[in-house]
Write a protein that binds this ligand. Structure first.
Ligand code: GRF
Length: 209
């Protein structure tokens, strides 16, 4: 059966990557196959998760302080594209990936890059809203419900078409860390594998693979 080859891009611990690997091992990812994990940070634990699952991992760093930042961006994306081409990748999943991708890159991969964001977009999203900062902002605003969103990536940070959302209650006494954990367990780790499977199935059905 035809399967879309997926690259997962990570920067950190990789619990969302783990959710995808677990879904694959459990036979819940049948239209796609995790073929490559790319980290932009050296020593990201996510790469160990990839190795344990027998998935090829690559470290591709965006060089900083080279003077011309657009040249550094182009160089980073050229190396990324080469790794994606080498593995015949059809879909990119950003799972806690902290580097920004250029408009030229997101346009080339239009509707073929997914991201998971730990809030109900359009709340608490866009530039500066990543990691614990998202949950700190939700608690400071006093919302009673938050959640996670899987969306396509375009040139606007967290601005692409929404694919799936899951709501999670905020409880009295929540700290950002406690809320982050609940959002991951109840929403992110469930939504991301399901949305990835749904997008792969749609790509195959519409002949986009
Ligand atoms: C998650 O909260 C994800 O939504 C956000 O970054 C975090 C990554 O966690 N984009 P992990 O590396 O998947 O554990």
């Amino acid at each position: 059966m035809e399967r879309i080859r997926i690259a997962v891009l990570v920067s950190g611990g990789g619990t969302n990557l783990q959710a995808l690997l677990d879904a694959q091992a459990a036979g819940q990812l049948t239209s796609g196959e995790i073929a490559l994990v790319v980290s932009d940070r050296p020593g990201a634990y996510a790469l160990e998760r990839a190795a344990k699952a027998g998935v090829p991992g690559r470290e591709i760093r965006r060089e900083r302080g080279t003077g011309n930042s657009s040249a550094a961006q182009e160089d980073f994306e050229r190396r990324l594209e080469a790794a994606l081409a080498e593995q015949g990748i059809g879909l990119i999943v950003l799972a806690g990936f902290l580097s920004i991708l250029s408009p030229a890159f997101t346009k080339k991969w239009d509707h073929r890059i997914l991201n998971i964001h730990p809030s109900l977009i359009p709340s608490f999203c866009g530039p500066g809203f990543y990691g614990l900062k998202v949950h700190e902002a939700a608690l400071a605003r006093g919302v009673k419900v938050t959640g996670a969103t899987v969306h396509f990536v375009n040139e606007i940070p967290d601005g692409g078409e929404i694919i799936a959302q899951g709501a999670v209650e905020v409880r009295p006494g929540d700290t950002p860390e406690v809320l982050q954990r609940r959002v991951m367990e109840r929403a992110e780790w469930v939504l991301l594998p399901r949305a990835t499977e749904a997008v792969c199935a749609r790509m195959i059905a519409s002949g986009e693979s």
